[in-house]
Design a protein around this ligand. Structure first.
Ligand SMILES: [Zn+2]
Length: 316
C-alpha cells in the first residue's frame, strides 16, 4: 500500500472521539439533605427474667391456696422464660442463617467475577479483552492453531491466518456478502509479537513520535491481532484499504450491519476513542462468538469494555 497516502488519510481520520461531555451534575442543596433523625427517649430497660426470690413458706402455715398460686406463678414464669429463650434461639439462628447466606452470595459473586476476569484475560478465549491497559498474558502469546481462511485476499496479504473458529466465520460472512453483491477482501489477520513490534515501529517512524502512532497502532503485546481473533477487511477493488474513506463503502456498511450474525463486532467504532484508545477503524473486526456479538447488538453496546464492565483504556 502507498504508505504516504495511508498516513495522510489516517491523519485526516484522527479527529474521531469527541464525545461532547455534558455539563456537570447540579450540586446538592440543603433542601435535599435528610432531616436529622428524631431522637426517641430511651425506653426504660425492661427487667426480664429476674426470678423473684420466693419467700420461704412457713412450716405448718397450711396455706394451700397460697402455695398453689406460687407454684402456678413459678410455672408461668418458667414458661415465659422458656419462650423467651426459644425466641432468642430462633432469632439467633435466623441471623446466623442470613449471615451464612450473605457470605455464600458474596463468595459466589467473587467467584463469578474471578471467572469472568479469567475469561477476559485468557488470550485463548473468544471473550478476551486486549487493550492499552490489558496486555496479552503472556505477552508473546501464540494461538495453538492458525489457518488460512478460504476467501479473497488483497495482493499484499498472501497468507492471512486466523484461529479456526474465526476463520470459519469469516468464510461464512464473506460468502453471504458476495451473495448480496458485496465484494470483501481479507487484508490482515494474525500478527505475532514480533510482527506487531515491527508494525508499531513503522508508524512511529512515519509520524516521528509515539503519541500519534499510539492512536492507530497497538504496541507489541497489546494488539488483539496477536490473538488470531481480529482481522481487517477491504473492498474487492482495493480502494480505501485501511483508510478513512473505507467507512463510506458498501463493504463497510454491509459488514457493520451483518457482522454480529457471524460472531463479529466492529472493535473500534466511531466516537468511542476514550474507551478503546484508538481512532475509529471501520475495517477492523473481532471474533467474539455469536452469543456476545448478538447480546451487544441487542443492547446497543458499542465496546467490549462496556459490555463486560471493564474500565476504559484511553492510554497505556
Ligand atoms: Zn486491525
Amino acid at each position: 500500500m502507498a504508505a504516504a497516502a495511508v498516513v495522510a488519510a489516517l491523519l485526516a481520520g484522527c479527529a474521531g472521539g469527541s464525545d461532547g461531555s455534558a455539563a456537570g451534575a447540579p450540586a446538592s442543596t440543603a433542601a435535599e439533605l435528610p432531616a436529622p433523625a428524631q431522637r426517641s427517649p430511651a425506653a426504660a430497660p425492661a427487667k426480664e427474667g429476674t426470678p423473684a426470690a420466693a419467700a420461704p413458706s412457713k412450716p405448718g402455715s397450711g396455706n394451700a391456696d397460697s402455695d398453689k398460686a406460687k407454684s402456678d406463678k413459678a410455672k408461668s414464669d418458667k414458661a415465659k422464660s422458656d419462650k423467651a429463650k426459644s425466641d432468642k434461639a430462633k432469632s439467633d439462628k435466623a441471623k446466623s442463617d442470613k449471615a451464612k447466606s450473605d457470605k455464600a452470595k458474596s463468595d459466589k459473586a467473587k467467584s463469578d467475577k474471578a471467572k469472568s476476569d479469567k475469561a477476559h484475560s485468557d488470550p485463548a478465549s473468544p471473550g478476551v479483552v486486549v487493550n492499552k491497559r490489558r496486555p496479552l498474558s503472556p505477552r508473546d502469546f501464540v494461538p495453538s492453531k492458525l489457518v488460512v481462511p478460504r476467501v479473497e485476499r488483497t495482493v499484499a496479504a498472501e497468507r492471512v491466518r486466523l484461529r479456526p473458529d474465526a476463520a470459519a466465520a469469516v468464510e461464512k460472512m464473506f460468502a453471504a456478502a458476495a451473495a448480496k453483491g458485496v465484494g470483501l477482501t481479507l487484508v490482515s489477520g494474525y500478527r505475532s509479537f514480533e510482527e506487531q513490534a515491527a508494525t508499531y515501529n513503522h508508524w512511529v517512524g512515519q509520524y516521528g513520535d509515539k503519541a500519534q502512532a499510539d492512536e492507530v497502532s497497538a504496541r507489541a503485546g497489546h494488539s488483539e491481532h496477536q490473538t488470531g481473533l481480529a482481522f481487517d477487511i477491504g473492498q474487492a477493488d482495493g480502494t480505501c484499504t485501511l483508510v478513512l474513506c473505507f467507512r463510506d463503502t458498501e463493504a463497510a456498511r454491509w459488514t457493520a450491519e451483518h457482522a454480529a450474525r457471524y460472531g463479529f463486532i466492529l472493535r473500534y467504532p466511531q466516537g468511542h476513542h476514550e474507551v478503546t484508545g484508538f481512532s475509529a477503524e471501520s475495517w477492523h473486526f473481532r471474533y467474539v462468538g455469536p452469543k456476545i456479538a448478538a447480546a451487544m447488538k441487542a443492547a446497543g453496546t458499542a465496546t467490549l469494555e462496556e459490555h463486560f464492565g471493564l474500565p476504559p483504556a484511553p492510554g497505556y
